[in-house]
Design a protein around this ligand. Structure first.
Ligand SMILES: Nc1ncnc2c1ncn2[C@@H]1O[C@H](COP(=O)(O)OP(=O)(O)O)[C@@H](O)[C@H]1O
Ligand SMILES: [Mg+2]
Length: 298
């Protein structure tokens, strides 16, 4: 089973939006998900349950205290007879309902009274591993985590359960430095992992910030910074393909106007008219989907 996580060191970087838009592209090509081999989406972001919202399941989860959520798995574990408790959400992605299953999150779980984060419990890591193992045995096509940000426990657990980190970042100095220092810490803890760097919401027009011209200068800055820092690193394998692919002045996932106010899944399978930034964004989503499809069965 393919295992990937959409990660960022900080919130608001487009993890949930990018993940949701990549899913339809997993259904392109020869080997693809199906009802028998579903994609399992896991919302690990208990602070901001973006994936659950994008899948249209937040009201259902909030109004039903018995809805089965990721907190149940982290606390109690998971067993074979519970497979039917995940939510079929394939329709959101233009697919058969049961070809994509969601393990949603309920906002506010693990918040103390003062709104600080509480621990997810001592057994959470092993419960998440066994959840993954069960889907592996059951023939899951892929498991994809929408991670919480940075060093949060749930982020670390999703990262350590995955064979590919799709690292979303805005093309700014703050994101760049935060992301670099996160991976420096990670590299000392993990044996070996592939990281796809995906700049998100990259402007289509040139603009000047802090005396630098963006986004073209940002592209070179990001590449140089990662290469200088991780050239000799033996545990992280960076893929810069999403940075290199570009049209016009933009790269990665361009800033898509439509994402700023509407339901933000581009529905690749639908043939409504798309402007250039949307077409470029879809090119990067397809690139990410191909990287996930390329993952082996380990
Ligand atoms: N490519 C993009 N262009 C424009 N806005 C975007 C883009 N990607 C994400 N956004 C917007 O940025 C905000 C944060 O995105 P989200 O996917 O929720 O990030 P995260 O999951 O990292 O917190 C949302 O309002 C979303 O609509
Ligand atoms: Mg999110």
């Amino acid at each position: 089973m393919k295992k990937a996580v959409f990660f960022s060191y900080k919130g608001g970087s487009g993890r949930s939006s990018t993940l949701a838009n990549v899913v339809p592209f997993l259904f392109e090509g020869e080997s693809k998900p199906s009802k028998e081999h579903p994609v399992i989406l896991v919302d690990m972001d208990l602070d901001s349950t973006g994936l659950t919202i994008l899948c249209g399941k937040s009201k259902e989860v909030e109004s039903n205290p018995n809805a089965f959520t990721v907190s149940d798995v982290l606390e109690e574990g998971f067993s074979y007879d519970q497979q039917g408790l995940l939510m079929p959400v394939g329709k959101v992605f233009g697919q058969e309902p049961e070809s994509v299953l969601l393990l949603p999150a309920r906002p506010g779980d693990y918040k103390g009274r003062d709104n600080s984060s509480k621990s997810v419990g001592a057994n959470a890591a092993s419960h998440l591993k066994s959840f993954t193992k069960i889907w592996e045995k059951y023939g899951g096509y892929a498991i994809i985590f929408d991670s919480s940000s940075g060093d949060q426990e749930t982020a670390t657990q999703s990262v350590l359960n995955s064979n590919l980190i799709v690292c979303c970042m805005r093309p700014t100095t703050q994101f760049l430095e935060g992301t670099v220092s996160y991976f420096k810490r990670l590299s000392s803890q993990c044996p070996s992992i592939n990281v796809l760097i995906v700049p998100t919401a990259v402007p289509q027009q040139e603009y000047v910030l802090d005396g630098r011209t963006y986004p073209q200068q940002a592209k070179a800055t990001i590449l140089n910074r990662f290469q200088a820092e991780f050239e000799d690193d033996e545990s992280l394998y960076f893929d810069y393909g999403a940075i290199r692919r570009s049209s016009g002045v933009s790269f990665g996932v361009p800033l898509v106007r439509r994402f700023q106010w509407e339901e933000c899944i581009l529905k690749a399978t639908q043939s409504d008219s798309k402007n250039q930034d949307e077409i470029d964004a879809m090119g990067t989503y397809r690139y990410i989907a191909e990287k996930i499809k390329d993952l082996g069965e380990e």
